[in-house]
Design a protein around this ligand. Structure first.
Ligand code: LLP
Length: 417
């Protein structure tokens, strides 16, 4: 579900014509639909309403301040993974008790800043990190809440780079370690171990992996209850998949229907950390066709966006639909070209789509769909390319929420010796 639709021949975002934005702000350009984003947030909230969970939007999916602000205003908390994301959370005055902090490698200063801000809890990923947080908390004379991130060793059926709850990945701790830490809570006098954290992977389209993981947690909860240890929170992470191509992901409702009975049994407060589900289909990347070329029987549509703008196709082989901003009124005489859509970056892996059927010419504008999550947030300056501008649409209003970078931004931190 999203609000990027054709009306007659023009692609709109809500009530705004995208080709006008492309010519007004230039390309490559990220455009987000506020309504799409907020409706996705509401869908999760509604589906899980019976449990009234804390929904912490995963900032890494898209960390633009205006987007964070909109979600936080609607009651979202934030799932952060770095001092930088904490800085963003502070900038928009996110209530500290709605922030959860994960990451396998939190530095001492990152921990200190988060303790000072008073985040709801750290999701701890190793025994050594527990020692470090205890040490920082002691120094600040504060008691700190932590949840232990369990690696439940379940298969999720996602790309291997997006699998995090499986043996052999760097995330979380094995069950034996989590059990031991729960039973030796006095070892860390400045910590309250208040919960278990799970995040088994991303772009997961079925409930099965979550069900298997939560069942393992239930077993663990029973074991520790036998030893007189009780918890307060269960955080089941993010990972809900969306439609990029032909996948048929479960809806939030279907997911809730499958997982809620198990969650209820735990009697714990529930935390969710969706990122992609909220932002993925709420953003597109607009780009312009620079050249069309043929080489050895292959056709290339060369556009002004590249892997530095949207890394997902190059990095994961991810599929994103690519469609024109203006549909051609009558079919041109030429046959539609089956072409690779490639950027200007000097890498053979720089492509946005492969073997796509498109009827385009130089100067035409195209939109890459499903670019709202892990699009801008994974962009870079590779090849000294300027990062794109970002626009937020609310109905027929367009707001510039990040300016296009300038050449001086590229070198602003460099020093000539
Ligand atoms: N919680 C934790 C602890 C996470 O590590 C992540 C994502 C999330 C929540 C949010 O997951 P989501 O609901 O968005 O699936 N760059 C990849 C995705 C990496 C996800 C990393 N962790 C991509 O472009 O597909």
């Amino acid at each position: 579900m999203h609000y990027f639709k054709y009306k007659r021949n023009d692609l709109y975002c809500e009530d705004t014509v995208l080709k006008n934005l492309a010519s007004r702000f230039g390309t490559p350009l990220y455009v987000y639909s506020a309504r799409t984003m907020l409706e996705h947030f509401s869908k999760i909230k509604e589906a899980f309403k019976e449990l009234d969970p804390l929904i912490c939007y995963s900032v890494k999916a898209n960390s633009n301040l205006s987007l964070l602000q909109l979600l936080v205003d609607k009651g979202a908390g934030l799932d952060i993974v770095s001092g930088g994301e904490l800085y963003r959370a502070k900038k928009i005055n996110c209530f500290s008790k709605k922030i959860v902090y994960a990451s396998v490698g939190k530095t001492e200063s990152e921990i200190r800043n988060a303790v000072k801000y008073g985040v709801l809890m750290f999701n701890v990923e190793s025994p050594a990190e527990l020692v470090r947080i205890n040490h920082v908390a002691c120094g600040l004379a504060k008691r700190v809440n932590v949840a232990l991130r369990l690696n439940p060793d379940v298969e999720v059926g996602a790309h291997s780079y997006l699998t995090t709850g499986k043996q052999g990945t760097k995330f979380g701790m094995d069950i034996a370690t989590v059990r031991r830490l729960l039973l030796q809570r006095e070892a860390h006098p400045y910590l309250n171990i208040v919960g278990i954290h799970l995040h088994v992977g991303s772009q997961i389209i079925k409930a099965g992996p979550y069900v298997r993981a939560v069942k393992k947690v239930q077993k663990l909860l029973k074991e520790i209850a036998g030893e007189g240890v009780y918890l307060e929170y269960l955080n089941i992470g993010g990972g809900l998949g969306i439609v990029y191509d032909k996948e048929k992901p479960q809806t939030a409702k279907e997911f809730a229907h499958k997982i809620m009975p198990l969650l209820k049994e735990t009697k714990l407060k529930i935390i969710l950390e969706p990122g992609r589900f909220i932002m993925g289909n709420a953003g597109v990347l607009l780009m312009k066709v620079l050249y069309i070329k043929h080489s050895y029987n292959k056709q290339f549509v060369i556009v002004d966006a590249a892997m530095n703008d949207l890394l997902r196709p190059s990095f994961y082989g991810a599929y994103h639909r690519i469609i024109p901003l203006t549909k051609r009124r009558k079919k041109s005489n030429q046959k539609k070209r089956l072409a690779d859509i490639v950027g200007p970056v000097c890498e053979s892996g720089d492509f946005l789509g492969k073997e796509r059927e498109l009827d385009v010419d130089e100067g035409d504008y195209l939109a890459v769909l499903g670019a709202g999550a892990y699009g801008f947030s994974m962009s870079s300056n590779y090849n000294s390319r300027l990062r794109a501008a970002e626009i937020l649409i609310k109905g027929n209003k367009a707001y510039l929420i990040r300016e296009r970078e300038l050449y001086q931004d590229l070198i602003s931190k460099e020093r000539l010796i």
